[in-house]
Write a protein that binds this ligand. Sequence first.
Ligand code: GRF
Length: 195
Amino acid sequence: MRKRIALLASGGGSNAEALMQAMRAGEIDAEPVLLFSNVAGAGALEKAARQGVPTAVLPHQGFASREAFDAAVLGLLAPYRADYLCLAGYLRILTPGFVQAYAGRILNIHPSLLPDFGGPGMHGHHVHQAVLAAGVAASGASVHLVDAGVDTGSIVLQQSVPVLPGDSPASLAARVLGIEHQVYVAALKKLCGGA
Ligand code: GRF
């Protein structure tokens, strides 16, 4: 049975776009049923609209608590009956209630070789800065299932890239992003099947 996928993104959405394209091309046995964003005007929304994927926006500002916001998002998602949620640059830490509602069915991509360089505060350029400061020879991308912790769930797939002499956080981020799309597509395919 074709799986139903909802994508959650806060930013440009290049990972979300790669996933939507792979589903639409029949490479993954799944269909994108919704792209949700907590940021009005996020690039991800436009990318979804271009592919005819339904979109929804709910800004998190104005909610009294993280729990109240997540409850509203759960309500918004419910009618789409998603089998999996793919977090793709979704810059919100999920509450335990949210994770529980989709236990074992939430995927995230993180731009390092987890468990290294993950955890609270490790997002965006902070990750790549920490990798460079540690002087390691390789970094990469990890797709993992989301559990109650931050970046702690079981790893579905990861792939490495070299850290090169003279790398800046930006150049390393670009190299990692280049493989993120392939890794995320391969990970979703692993869970849903596909050609
Ligand atoms: C990616 O680096 C991803 O690993 C991280 O957020 C970034 C999102 O990029 N979680 P994009 O919006 O998919 O282009």
